[in-house]
Design a protein around this ligand. Structure first.
Ligand code: ZN
Ligand code: ZN
Ligand code: FE
Length: 761
């Protein structure tokens, strides 16, 4: 082998390789190693032809992955040999469009440091321009109307590039080469301020008047990247209270935005990993422990020790939040909607829906095509848990090889997402929301239509939940009938297990133990499941054990009234009713006898094994929460007070496939009556569940030799429980799979459904 032998190679790279500065990167790498040939976008990814000295080609290939542009991700790299083709140059050539193949669409990206620098440079032509972006940052998915990803197919199509922008766009060495949303003050979108239907200031003065409004303690509606936000000074309790009233949201925490990392550190405890996520290109909301001296108003997150914080992710946010004397250093930045409705994203719709809530609007004329909520992450022991996967993350696909047929899985009812599967690509949608709301249901239908058009996928199989009344189920039943395609209905907790496996790129055939703990999921016996210990994989599952059933007097009413569940637990544990105690003292005698009657006569009192309700009921018994105004409130408040140093626990026996709660409840009540602190009791309750999980897993291991345990379901958003259970299991040599990229809650269901369906056909 001679050192200067000339060879040729053809490379096909797929993953996130378009709209991320990948071709200029290849161009510069090729020049560095004196290679000739070309690079082009194709619908399969990026295709590269290189010719040169053997050593140079090998070095080029060896360094390829390690030096990628920041937003690029390679899922697959196929290198084929071909003969050396002598030529003098390396070129970026015209895209080749092949209609029937995989497309990957890039999520929206927060403003990058280079653009931030340019924006604050008075000599730059984009100085203080609210729509500055480049190949490494800016809007993507939220402005795409169609594929391929070219400017004509985005909501930027109506803005004609000026000659300077055009020159940057055409220059392969410019950092805006083929940046589709490229814009400048001369040719791009602009901002204005509106109040009472009157447009009053534009550009810089619109930003200044908006700032004044916030300084005055008023509420501002801001058109952002994926929708509207409502903002106010988070340290001004009158403003926050006003916002709660107008939004009709009583206790659910508001998200916050701070100008920079230093301010975040002033108010919250930040680990290295949390800080990394905060400034990552996705800029999600991080759930952080708030420091006790912080002056963030209590009303931002009532009864919680954490707050959700994000950094400004658009140039407009940065301009709006610029630190100055008298300007609030921390803003509430909550989605622009009435409680439970989806986030507003069209101008006319926002002006109408938010008119009664905002004292002014900061608007712009770059249309949002796809609504996109902020993503939410909580880090537990350096492990990131996505509580909501949306802006910045969706629609990046999951690569999981399955059957080649295309599948649409429609998810569950609450925190809905849907998922499309095309060959190995599993594309989980952004957060849609709770489908019981009509507006949200419309967004669900529109979202599905949009994804199918973008990705050119026509589902051959539909997958949905077992619950006949979920609107997502009804949608798929109807569609399966109309289009005459097969529909598979998947048990909720099986989908949870499959979701956790997929999230961990599980490719083995062997069964695992699934600890599927959540609030509600219809079981195959018509009971409401939710404390399920199942054994299985993508294809099948078997219910090994579950929380012993108890009644829910009033059915779904219990979700909003933990007090009822508290009563049900007392009653079904055969405990004395002490009217001086919670939750008896919360009800009047008539209510009490009505609830008792419902349970005794089994009237509208469905049975449940729900772990989520067990948490609700215990929160009620301890007098922590009797009425929940948002999902999971009682459990969150119970977790919040738990003493992390407490190691004691209650007896929570497991017999004949049942996890028996009555002894747990009676021990807990006894402890409460003896005067033990709620903080200790809450911790003991959590510990009891963790230990029960360990015991059950051990017995499964003895019986079936299974050593892997997967946690899924909304209950695992509880970091106290997750941490404890994980520690116990790992100390006994179990390997534990937890969610990372999709939520443990029902936001992850659609991915699980797709995997079950793909393995069933
Ligand atoms: Zn940039
Ligand atoms: Zn321009
Ligand atoms: Fe669930």
């Amino acid at each position: 082998m001679s050192w200067n032998k000339k060879i040729g190679r053809r490379i096909l790279a797929n993953g996130i390789v378009q709209g991320v500065g990948f071709r200029p990167f290849i161009f510069s790498q090729a020049s560095r190693y004196h290679l000739t040939g070309w690079v082009r976008n194709t619908t399969l990814g990026v295709e590269i032809e290189i010719n040169g000295a053997e050593d140079d080609i090998f070095t080029f290939l060896a360094n390829f992955r390690s030096e990628l542009p920041p937003l690029a991700r390679i899922d697959q790299l196929v290198v084929t040999e071909q003969e050396f083709k002598p030529s003098l140059t390396f070129e970026i050539i015209q895209s080749s469009i092949d209609t029937k193949s995989k497309i990957i669409i890039t999520p929206d990206v927060a403003i990058c440091p280079d653009c931030q620098r340019e924006m604050s440079d008075p000599n730059n032509r984009r100085y203080r321009y609210p729509f500055i972006n480049c190949t490494n940052c800016g809007p993507r998915f939220s402005i795409i109307k169609n594929m391929p990803y070219d400017r004509q197919n985005t909501t930027m199509s109506t803005f004609q590039l000026c000659s300077e922008c055009q020159a940057e766009y055409n220059d392969p060495f410019n950092r805006r080469f083929h940046a589709q949303p490229i814009a400048c003050p001369k040719c791009g979108p602009n901002v204005w301020f509106e109040k009472d239907g009157k447009k009053c200031c534009v550009d810089e003065s619109a930003i200044q008047i908006s700032r004044q409004l916030l300084m005055d303690g008023k509420i501002l509606a801001i058109k952002g990247l994926g929708g509207f936000h409502l903002a106010c000074d988070a340290t001004n309790c009158d403003a926050v209270e006003q916002l709660r009233k107008r939004k009709k949201r009583s206790d659910k925490p508001f998200a916050l935005m701070v100008f920079d990392m230093q301010t975040a550190e002033k108010h919250c405890r930040l680990s290295r990993v949390e800080a990394e996520y905060l400034i990552s290109p996705q800029h999600p909301i991080l759930i952080l422990d708030r420091l006790s001296h912080s002056n963030i108003c209590e009303l931002v997150a009532p009864n919680q020790t954490t707050v959700g914080i994000m950094l400004p992710y658009t140039p407009l946010h940065l301009l709006l939040m610029e630190p100055s004397d008298g300007f609030p250093e921390i803003l509430v930045m909550t989605s622009g909607n009435l409680s439970e409705e989806p986030i507003a994203y069209r101008d006319d719709e926002a002006l109408e829906r938010l008119g009664g809530m905002a004292d002014g609007f900061l608007l712009h004329n770059r249309p949002i095509y796809m609504r996109m909520d902020d993503s939410v992450i909580r880090v537990v022991d350096d492990h990131p848990f996505h509580l909501r996967r949306s802006r910045g993350f969706s629609p990046a696909p999951f690569m999981l090889p399955t059957s080649k047929r295309s599948i649409l899985a429609v998810g569950a009812e609450l925190k809905n997402t849907f998922c499309l599967s095309d060959q190995d690509n599993k594309i989980v949608s952004h957060h849609i929301g709770d489908l019981e709301n009509f507006e949200t249901y419309k967004a669900f239908e529109e979202g599905i239509a949009h994804f199918e058009r973008l990705y050119k996928i026509t589902p051959e199989i539909l997958a949905c939940d077992l619950h006949p009344d979920y609107l997502s189920t009804r949608y798929s039943v109807e569609r399966a009938e109309n289009e005459n395609i097969p529909l598979i209905q998947i048990q909720h907790h099986h989908a949870h297990l499959a979701s956790c496996l997929a999230d961990n790129e599980w490719r083995r055939d062997e069964p695992v133990i699934g600890l599927c703990f959540d609030g509600t999921g219809l079981g195959t016996d018509s009971a409401i499941w939710g404390g399920e210990i199942i054994i299985g994989g993508y294809k099948e599952y078997q219910r090994f054990a579950h929380l012993q059933y108890f009644p829910l007097p009033g059915g779904d009413t219990c979700i909003h009234k933990p007090a009822r569940t508290g009563l049900a637990l007392l009653w079904s544990s055969g405990l004395q009713w002490d009217t001086a105690q919670y939750p008896l003292n919360f009800h009047n005698p008539d209510e009490l006898s009505a609830i008792l009657w419902q349970m005794e006569n089994r009237i509208n009192s469905p049975l449940t094994s729900s772990m989520g309700r067990l948490f609700d009921g215990v929160a009620s018994l301890l007098g922590i929460c009797q009425v929940a105004t948002y999902e999971g409130q009682a459990a969150i408040e119970l977790e919040t007070i738990a003493n992390p140093d407490e190691t004691d626990f209650y007896d929570f026996p497991f017999q004949n496939g049942l996890l028996l709660y009555p002894s747990l409840i009676s021990a807990l009540i006894k402890d409460l009556k003896s005067g033990n602190s709620k903080s200790n009791i809450s911790a003991r309750f959590h510990n009891s569940i963790a230990i029960a999980c360990l015991e059950i897993c051990k017995s499964i291991k003895m019986k079936f030799g299974i050593n892997t345990v997967a946690f899924s379901g909304g209950v695992w958003q509880n970091s106290f429980l997750t941490r404890k259970t994980m520690n116990y299991l790992q100390a006994s040599d179990f390997s534990v799979l937890v969610h990372q990229k999709v939520p443990a809650n029902d936001g992850g269901i659609s991915l699980g459904q797709v995997m079950v369906a793909a393995n069933s056909f």
